[in-house]
Design a protein around this ligand. Structure first.
Ligand SMILES: O=C(O)[C@H]1O[C@H](OP(=O)(O)OP(=O)(O)OC[C@H]2O[C@@H](n3ccc(=O)[nH]c3=O)[C@H](O)[C@@H]2O)[C@H](O)[C@@H](O)[C@@H]1O
Length: 428
């Protein structure tokens, strides 16, 4: 019963002598527990939210380090942003590997503008789709820098290398419903990131003119249709909408203090080839092809839920129209020299379509019956309908949408079936 001797006779008191082997075993134990302790600390930090595998983690996104800089990198940046026509622009497109970003970047490049893309390739949805879009852009001569709009050093560097005449700011945390799952990602991209970008733009010499993506969701609980830019936008129904509305107010401030030329575009449910897999038309297509049921929302008293779905090519024309009519910013050295342009436009299709009709069109195109699961519109930020009044964009940007939902979805379905190998390789 030797081991009983090791226990202090009085709690808290230790025997004043050590047996040699006992002392050695204590050192070994100490070393062992120190190792365990250090190991736990390592595991804790390694697995902590800062570097977690949780796809919803914004901290991980913001702390991801991107490699940029160096003469070869600067050469690529300069060459991508070089204009091919004398009257062209040099445009920094943020969110270039995104849905709208890819289409706008290639349209600008096609007409001879210099385009440099920026994207953080986050994993809000399948990053391989973003990589495929990037490959498409690279083939047409657009370099997409991998980085975050919150990275001030990177943005400053880009403006040092290229005196951009315009910024097409499309990088954002999109999606109405996801805002309940990961609210901080909206603040990170749509507010902090936007402010960071504006800070760099205000100090750039020359200051660029900025066109950026707002959203139809700013109309929130507004019931007056069609939605006009003059209508109230102080009742957002989701945090996503609130961050876009905040963006519009932030734009006002930077225009007012620093003379930045700012144009906000309120996009209405943009769809089309290379679209976003988190949007209903996209995952409905995937699920219909897989034979999986889809949830179709309905309003109060079986009311129709409808959207003013707008085809990507029409949106691209609106974006180019906004860039073409954007006046120069008026500040220098971070100081305003005169009044600058501040605009906001609806870019919609002007003909809302019920979601049930969207599904019927998809059924016809895919030659498959959807397993429809009708359910009440959840209280997750969705609004029952959207409908754009576009007279202002028509007048000032020459914006005129020409694609109806049937035609646009046909183009989308053709792309989807081709891209996902006839639907065999389903979108995730
Ligand atoms: O126009 C906009 O401002 C917004 O358009 C879309 O938002 P949303 O119109 O809600 O587009 P979807 O998420 O694709 O939903 C389309 C329609 O399908 C409905 N829906 C959605 C999901 C679902 O499972 N079932 C369903 O019936 C929605 O209620 C909505 O009426 C985008 O996701 C936003 O990023 C964008 O800013």
């Amino acid at each position: 019963m030797k081991h009983l001797d090791d226990i202090p006779s009085t709690p808290g008191k230790f025997k004043p002598y050590f047996h040699r082997t006992r002392w050695q075993s204590s050192v070994a134990k100490l070393a062992f527990w120190s190792l365990v302790f250090v190991g736990l600390i390592f595991i804790f930090f390694y697995r902590s939210p800062l570097v977690s595998d949780d796809p919803t983690s914004t901290s991980r996104r913001s702390l991801r380090t991107y490699s940029w800089g160096g003469p070869a990198w600067e050469k690529r940046v300069r060459s991508s942003a070089r204009l091919r026509s004398r009257r062209g622009f040099s445009v920094l497109v943020t969110g270039a590997a995104g849905f709208v970003g890819t289409h706008v970047s290639s349209a600008l490049k096609r007409r001879g503008d210099g385009v440099l893309g920026l994207d953080n390739f986050n994993d809000y949805y399948d990053p391989s789709l973003k990589r495929a879009r990037q490959a498409l852009l690279e083939r047409s001569g657009v370099f997409v820098v991998e980085g975050d709009i919150n990275d001030a050093a990177l943005l400053k560097k880009l403006f040092e290398v290229v005196p951009f005449t315009h910024v097409m700011h499309l990088a954002a945390q999109a999606g109405v419903r996801y805002a309940m799952e990961n609210p901080s990602s909206y603040v990170h991209s749509n507010i902090a990131g936007f402010v960071n970008l504006l800070e760099v733009c205000k100090s750039a010499n020359p200051q660029p003119a900025i066109v950026w993506a707002s959203s139809s969701s700013v109309y929130g609980l507004n019931t007056k249709v069609p939605f006009s830019e003059k209508d109230r936008t102080d009742q957002p129904a989701s945090l996503y909408a609130a961050t876009k509305k905040a963006g519009e107010e932030i734009a006002h401030t930077y225009n007012h203090i620093y003379g930045l030329s700012l144009t906000g575009l309120r996009f209405f449910t943009v769809y089309g080839p290379w679209g976003r897999p988190d949007m209903a038309y996209f995952f409905f297509t995937r699920d219909i092809l897989k034979g999986k049921p889809i949830s179709i929302f309905e309003g109060v008293n079986h009311g129709t839920v409808a959207r003013d779905f707008t085809y990507i090519d029409d949106i691209v024309k609106g974006c180019l129209g906004a860039l073409d009519t954007a006046e120069k910013s008026t500040g220098t050295g971070g100081k305003k020299r005169g009044a600058a342009q501040l605009r906001v436009f609806n870019l919609g299709n002007t003909s809302p379509v019920p979601v049930t009709d969207l599904v019927t069109i998809l059924e016809r195109l895919l030659k498959l019956k959807a397993k429809r699961n009708i359910m009440k519109l959840p209280r997750n930020g969705d609004v029952p309908f959207t409908h754009a009044n576009i007279s202002s964009a028509q007048r000032e940007l020459g914006y005129k949408p020409t694609t109806d939902l049937q035609t646009g979805l046909k183009k989308f379905a053709r792309w989807y079936l081709g891209y996902y190998n006839g639907g065999k390789k389903a979108a995730s």
